[in-house]
Design a protein around this ligand. Structure first.
Ligand code: ADP
Ligand code: MG
Length: 332
């Protein structure tokens, strides 16, 4: 029994679920268990009603992509809920991919600047940042700092970017345009987003080849995931037909609690293969590392916390290779 239905990307253009009320408070796991999210069934079910299919990861079936060879993966870490480990995952996954030898750019698109801070930089003291890139259209290469991976920094004025952008033509494509300059220099661009589905996050979705959603096992919000998918469906329809959820990563997992295990069960029941097998366990290491201005891979290289993100990186790379192989065969 699927609790929610999400749109198969190749299917009918209308989302199968109605947008849920924004004002609805997040639902603790217990409530999620007893009270399924309010899902209004459509009058007409689209025929091959694929239950629980979130749009599959990037389909590179257009000519541009086919000729590009191994294209840059622009992965957006998104979840409009705060504190689910978006920033932690952006940094540690990025550094793990770096360790594997990939060229990685991290983009801090959150005005709170936590990603920037977690690499030992002070967003309050930064003069030029993603704000200037998006609003004043300065080249992104001018604000990239070399840290554990390359990092396009945020500053506090990024908080004004949504308002400034909203009056601009092409406001949803500012990040996509900015990335064009440096795209070929990276294998992976990971974009950290604010806890909202506003214009900054939309910019990230428009630039993305795929979206990874970190979810917190302690406080699972299926409703939030439906909202996120609805926003992605709108972006697909109007701005970027290739974007979709390519994976869900369970964070703050505590295998000793029934609660955590149930959260995983619910996720797998609803999203199947989209849920990465790697689970990020709950440990204070993830909070300690950024205080030292480093990833957990640098802070405690041989620890289990670092290993978890290495494992996630391997899982993501393997999925990409399988996908690229399938595409190559399709174009052969
Ligand atoms: P978000 O970017 O989604 O708001 P963060 O990455 O900032 O979330 O994480 C929120 C808080 O939880 C931070 O203090 C972070 O250090 C901590 N945290 C992240 N991942 C874990 C984990 N697996 N176990 C314990 N604490 C974590
Ligand atoms: Mg964050």
């Amino acid at each position: 029994m699927g609790l929610i239905r999400l749109l198969p990307r190749s299917g009918a253009a209308q989302p199968v679920v109605e947008p849920v009320n924004d004002a609805t408070p997040e639902m603790p796991l217990e409530e999620a268990l007893v009270e399924p999210p309010v899902v209004s069934e459509p009058a007409h079910e689209p025929e091959p009603a694929e239950v629980m299919t979130v749009a599959p990861a990037v389909q590179r079936d257009d000519a541009a992509h086919a000729t590009q060879g191994t294209a840059t993966h622009v992965i957006v870490l998104a979840n409009q809920k705060g504190g689910v480990a978006k920033t932690t995952t952006t940094l540690n996954l990025g550094v793990a991919l770096r360790e594997m030898g990939y060229r990685v750019l991290l983009v801090d698109l959150d005005p709170q600047g936590n990603l920037t801070m977690s690499q030992g930089l002070n967003p309050d003291a930064i003069e030029r940042s993603m704000f200037d890139v998006l609003v004043h259209r300065i080249p992104i290469s001018e604000i990239i700092e070399q840290r554990e991976a390359d990092l396009a920094v945020a500053s506090i004025d990024l908080a004004g970017a949504e308002l400034a952008l909203s009056a601009m033509i092409g406001r949803e494509r500012a990040l996509e345009k900015a990335l064009a300059e440096v795209r070929a220099s990276y294998d992976y661009v990971l974009v950290d987003t604010p806890p909202s589905l506003g214009l900054l996050t939309i910019n990230a979705f428009v630039a993305a080849t795929g979206v990874i959603v970190p979810v917190q096992c302690e406080y699972l919000s299926l409703r939030g995931l439906v909202q996120l998918e609805n926003t992605l469906a709108m972006v697909r329809e109007n701005l970027n037909p290739h974007v979709g959820v390519e994976g869900i990563v369970a964070t703050m997992f505590d295998g000793r609690t029934l609660h955590s295990r149930e959260a995983i069960e619910i996720l797998e029941e609803n999203f199947g293969e989209l849920v990465y097998r790697t689970r990020i366990r709950k440990t204070v290491r993830y909070a300690e590392a950024p205080v030292k201005g480093s990833s957990v891979l640098k802070y405690d290289p041989s620890g289990a916390a670092a290993e978890a993100y290495r494992e996630l990186a391997r899982e993501i790379v393997a999925a990409k290779e399988a996908e690229d192989g399938a595409q190559a065969r399709k174009h052969a």
